[in-house]
Structure formats: C-alpha cells, structure tokens
Ligand binder design. Sequence first.
Ligand code: CO
Length: 136
Amino acid sequence: MSLRVEHIALAVADLQAAVEHYATVWGIEVEHRERVEDQGVEEAMLPIGGPYLQLLGSTDPESPVGRFLAKRGEGLHHIAYEVDDLEATLADLKAKGVPLIDEAPRVGGRGHMVAFVHPKGNHGLLVELIQRPSGQ
Ligand code: CO
C-alpha cells in the first residue's frame, strides 16, 4: 500500500474566520473552496508545502462534521491519504477487518473519489482515502 498525505483536515466553527486567521497570521491563501452539500460541509484547501490544510466548516448541524463540532469542538478531524487504486485499497482493508464508513468510493470535493475509514479499529484516527480522477 502506497500512501501520500493529501490533506490534514481541521474542523472549524466559523470557516470564514478560520480562512482569515490563516491568511493574516500564517500568510496562507486559500487555493480552493467548495461546499459539498451531501456531506453538509464547506471546505477550504490551503497549501502547506506539499499536502493541504483543509479547513472544514459545517453547513448542517446534523452532518458528521456538525456533530463533531458540537461534541468535541474545533480540532483535528481526519487525515487524507491519496492512493493509486481506491477500490483495491478498500478491499484490502476490509479483508483485514478494518471497519469502513464507506464500503465503496463516492465523489468528494474537487471531483475526487473518496472513502472514509472508521476511527474505531484504527486507533482513533478517521482516515479519508482519495483517488484523483485520471489525468489530474
Ligand atoms: Co478531507
């Protein structure tokens, strides 16, 4: 399995305030911003020297990120690894008994195929697996 860190995601209470904080304090500008309606999130991608920092705001208090923020407040939410073959990676993890949130890839932000791996059975870390569409 070959993994590359694609982004580190931070759940934030106020996305615009977080974007302004990172611009003002750290001098990092947003490269991409997108609402992902079916996930109830709005995400901003900030380049941090290879991988991105993903600032994740909730657009729906009942979404997974909305519930995360209500329960735990702001903080590290997940790490996203880019893989070459998402279907094969999911099949491999499933065969090893790792609980998956998404049994099959689905479309996530930036048109990438994504699937989440449950933090239980993964030492508490929520992992997002990403495969870019070919040619990107
Ligand atoms: Co993500």
